[in-house]
Design a protein around this ligand. Sequence first.
Ligand SMILES: Cc1cc2nc3c(=O)[nH]c(=O)nc-3n(C[C@H](O)[C@H](O)[C@H](O)COP(=O)(O)OP(=O)(O)OC[C@H]3O[C@@H](n4cnc5c(N)ncnc54)[C@H](O)[C@@H]3O)c2cc1C
Length: 495
Amino acid sequence: MTYDFAVIGAGVSGITSAITLAKKGFHVALLEKADRTAPLVRGFSRRGIHFDTGFHYTGGLGSGQPLDVFFRYLGISDRIVSFQYDEDGFDLFSCENPGFEFRFPTGYNRLQETLGEAFPRERGAIANYLAQVRSMCASIPYLNLNMEIDPNGALQRVLGPTLQETLDALSGNALLKSLLSTHSLLYGVSCNEVAFAQHAAIVGSYYESVHGIRGGGASLARAFDGRLAELGVDVLCNSKVTGLSISNGGALSGVRLEGGDSLACRGAIATIHPRLIPELAPEGTFRPAYRKRLGTFEETISAFACFAATKMPIPTLAKTNRFLIPDTESIYQLGSRPIGRAPLYLTAAYKNGETNPQGFIGICPTLFSAVSAWESSSFGNRPEEYRLYKEQALARMQAQIERAYPDITGNVQFIEGSTPLTIRDFCSTPLGGLYGAKHMVGQFNPHSATRIPGLFLAGQAIVAPGLMGAIISGFLACGTLLGHDFMRRELKACC
Ligand SMILES: Cc1cc2nc3c(=O)[nH]c(=O)nc-3n(C[C@H](O)[C@H](O)[C@H](O)COP(=O)(O)OP(=O)(O)OC[C@H]3O[C@@H](n4cnc5c(N)ncnc54)[C@H](O)[C@@H]3O)c2cc1C
């Protein structure tokens, strides 16, 4: 049997691509190397507590906003229950030195007002910054369904200016600049590397509205599974793609799977890390320069994370995430500070089905080099030194959390840690990058179209990380195939 399309990787971008193609009537195979679809966002459970991994919260899911429209198009709106984060403070920024707290409210106007109250002398800079974020978001195709694909627009995200340059031009206030750079933890690139345009494209939707999904990423994954089944997509888990088959004419004709099987198809969308693409393509199919470019992409920051259950519920964590920032400089070079004295993101974990948090997840940006001594070890088979490193790092992280949030002190029932090696193996990112390849000034991430007829690319490396970026990358790949006008019309019908 020959499929119309094979989609490689059943993450959010692969599932989006598969649903879009199946809706158009194509016969689609969705190939995933893990034993379940959407492994990154699905999370895991320990002793009745659900811990999210690749999805905690999202912007743009308010009624009629882009993600709401995308979910309706994908047919999952009725299969999930979303809830709004605290409108007065979806994220609480706490700077230890100088002592300062700021609650990010939702809505551009309220954010401008609240920032202005905290920084009265910076009202002009704040208004200017928010206006720039807003206009940048409005210029992004698919985020704005009326925008045409414009290669020059995409270039802004490669040529700069950086977020830091933009903020420096607006204000001299270190605390304000640190505050506005904090969300760099959501995409894993330091503010002196990320283009302002890229930063704006990601944070802009969070400034509009912030939602979570009841049951977390697992509910989202189940909703996707139901929709894929309904549309007749052949979902093949435990199917690692090891190569692309190319016809004599040079077009894609199939994919090869680990174990020796192969699958014939007329086209494919690959959503895996771009560094892994050259390994799949036969020698000579890509130009050496392109192969080298894909193979040398810089990676987003990795992380050390903790997953804890508490004896008593911690209501203060419900609907508000915490960003703990040791000082105004610490957010600038992600990964440069040791665990325990580095910026830290803290979010809630819930007992299955409940709405009062009974646990937490902490994520601290960490360089891969912290664990590279053990990079040849594999899960379940790591040496004693690694275990010691993990234990000490976990103790430092727990102490930092308890210092900042006394209601957690003495309340921890159990706590486990994960390191950049865990992320490398779990997320299939070669250097444990939280969000795969960086989007940074000077790095030309690949386009959806490739030189091989029939092969297209999607995934967080193409547009942006996050649910929104991964979904748009799927639409972009399908739009490249089916026509962007068609894609936009389909999406607009769901507005
Ligand atoms: C700790 C963490 C927290 C996050 N929190 C949020 C959040 O709160 N909100 C938000 O919006 N985003 C969040 N994200 C980001 C978001 O999860 C990702 O950007 C998004 O899920 C990426 O989707 P993707 O489809 O591009 O990639 P992936 O999910 O990585 O999909 C690629 C798939 O390909 C599979 N694969 C790899 N190689 C092969 C092969 N050879 N053959 C077959 N299959 C293969 C992989 O197993 C994987 O399932 C978070 C990420 C992390 C790591």
